[in-house]
Design a protein around this ligand. Structure first.
Ligand code: ZN
Length: 251
């Protein structure tokens, strides 16, 4: 096999599904090729030497052979297995949520190096036991920024006035914060407390790896979750609508 048919890449496994009797298709996120779907032959056999390196959420080094439709993993070795994370159901849930958001918002074969680094740091932070709720919010804010959906938190997205330290609003549709006057007009906006606003801004501007070490009250954690959930739900629904639209137009 000629060398241009083979490539080496680091990868994080973000989704796995069965194919045939013993194979799997793995969706992985890579530093230089973004998201890829790759075939792992025979990994469901107990004798497979590769199987243990290709579990969900593992970071690994892969050797890949180009195929006619899907590329094929020929060798793999583990870089980080994240054992604490993968043995804790609560952490698996947070990981899954973060990974699914990335999966739903990204296209295949589109390089985005900062997203790979962020994903690796997200898993690492959960692995060493940082607060998964804060880590998840910081991850979401950075991920949305890298993918072109950075929430505007400094000026009102409707009238462009600078946001003051009072109760403001967040508009999922407009992708940012609204001043009190505009928030009252936009019916589907959500109230944002002064503290929630401060934390969102702090998480958005701090480096992901060093920033998220805060102690927050449960109400504030819930409020932050509600704001980010409303925004990501809006983005994903719009994604689905556009997919349906494209399907209707092209079929
Ligand atoms: Zn305004």
């Amino acid at each position: 096999m000629a060398n241009d048919k083979l490539y080496r890449t680091e990868a994080i496994v973000i989704r796995r599904r069965n194919m045939g009797e013993a194979d799997k298709i793995l969706t992985v996120y890579t530093p230089n090729k973004g998201k890829l779907n790759l075939v792992a032959k025979g990994v469901r056999r107990t004798t497979s030497r590769m199987g243990g390196h290709l579990e969900l959420f593992m970071q690994c080094n892969l050797m890949v052979a180009k195929g006619r439709s899907l590329d094929l993993i020929t060798q793999s070795e583990t870089v980080s297995a994240f054992p604490n994370l993968r043995n804790n159901l609560g952490l698996i849930a947070y990981t899954w949520q973060g990974v699914e958001l990335l999966d739903r918002l990204t296209e295949e074969d589109l390089e985005n190096y900062p997203v790979f680094t962020l994903l690796s740091e997200f898993l690492g932070a959960l692995e060493v036991g940082h607060d998964p709720i804060i880590i998840s919010r910081a991850y979401e804010l950075h991920l949305l920024g890298y993918l072109g959906y950075r929430p505007q938190l400094i000026r009102c997205v409707r009238c462009n006035e600078e946001i003051q330290p009072v109760i403001n609003f967040f508009s999922p549709e407009m992708g940012g914060v609204l001043c009190p006057a505009c928030g009252k007009i936009e019916r589907r906006s959500i109230e944002v407390s002064i503290d929630a606003m401060k934390i969102l801004r702090y998480l958005q501007k701090t480096t992901f790896a060093t920033g998220p070490r805060l102690l927050l009250k449960p109400e504030l954690r819930n409020e932050l979750e509600h704001i980010m959930r409303s925004y990501t739900r809006y983005l994903l629904e719009r994604d689905l609508k556009s997919a349906e639209f494209v399907h209707n137009v092209t079929s």
